[in-house]
Design a protein around this ligand. Structure first.
Ligand SMILES: Nc1ncnc2c1ncn2[C@@H]1O[C@H](COP(=O)(O)OP(=O)(O)OP(=O)(O)O)[C@@H](O)[C@H]1O
Length: 268
């Protein structure tokens, strides 16, 4: 394995081509422990495609991707994925299992608790601690089909954390949440990051209001090309966001969070 303080993730001149079309072009990023990135871009910009490379679920057509010290293509991707927490709100669980068991399945990366397998008391205690961290203790025994969208989102983050990942990937975690549920989720993320100073994370969204205040860096992507990347306060600006979304948008930052408002086009 690699040095504990090493770069968590990096890409060098990465292209991803499908059916003769560039979905990603010349992507260069480097993510260190303790950094929390947001990936912003319009529909179809390439955010999920980039996340699938960074989460070791796809290979680049050209260039190199290093995840947790391993170069993709020279490592067992399945094993590598065990060290990455991946939160996908579209994760499907077809059977009625409890929140606690959903979280426990993070250890085996399965949709149900594996037959003839049971967690150790330490693993059970770890699951309970994560459920508590995400504010889900009162719903620990609730069945998955009976959970609200917001409760599911928080349960899935706890599930992703079971393997104590060094890298947490969040693909539009606030999708479908109402205002209160979104705010609870963002607070839970901020708490999680404060309690795990070496954790690195990447959050994908197209909503500026869904960026947690603990975000340190941002990457803007448009048509598969990075249009800006670096410290969040330098990247999430009126000019950069307007260019990335091809629309005049006014950006404001208040209390660590960002707001976006359409800016009327200037008359010519
Ligand atoms: N396997 C594939 N083969 C061909 N094209 C693909 C494939 N996967 C994605 N695409 C295309 O690549 C582009 C980027 O898709 P991607 O899902 O990464 O965008 P996104 O930024 O996550 O969009 P959204 O915000 O709508 O979720 C889209 O035009 C999509 O249709």
């Amino acid at each position: 394995m690699q040095h504990p303080n090493g770069t968590v993730l990096s890409t060098e001149h990465v292209d991803l081509v499908r059916d003769g079309r560039y979905l990603l072009k010349d992507i260069n990023i480097s993510i260190e422990p303790g950094q929390h990135w947001v990936l912003l871009g319009a529909n179809g910009a390439g955010k999920s495609t980039l996340l699938s490379l960074l989460g070791a679920t796809a290979h680049p057509t050209r260039g190199s991707v290093y995840v947790l010290g391993h170069k993709l293509g020279r490592v067992d991707m399945r094993e590598l994925r065990m060290d990455i927490g991946h939160v996908n709100p579209r994760h499907t669980i077809g059977i009625p299992i409890t929140v606690r068991n959903v979280v426990i399945t993070g250890l085996t990366n399965t949709t149900e608790v594996m037959p003839r397998w049971s967690p150790t008391p330490e693993q059970e205690a770890h699951a309970d601690a994560l459920i508590d961290l995400l504010g889900m203790s009162p719903r620990s025994d609730a069945l998955w089909p009976n959970l609200s969208q917001g409760e599911r989102g928080r349960a899935l983050i706890a599930r992703a954390l079971m393997v104590e990942p060094r890298l947490l990937l969040l693909d539009e975690p606030a999708t479908g949440l109402d205002l209160a549920a979104r705010e609870q989720l963002l607070t839970a993320l901020d708490d999680l990051r404060n309690q795990n100073p070496s954790l690195a994370s990447i959050l994908v969204t197209h909503h500026i209001e869904e960026i947690p205040s603990t975000t340190t860096h941002a990457l803007l992507i448009k048509d598969g090309v990075v249009t800006a990347s670096g410290l969040a306060e330098n990247v999430i600006t009126t000019q950069n966001i307007s260019e990335c979304f091809s629309h005049p948008i006014e950006i404001e930052r208040r209390g660590g969070r960002w707001n976006a408002q359409s800016r009327p086009r200037e008359r010519v």
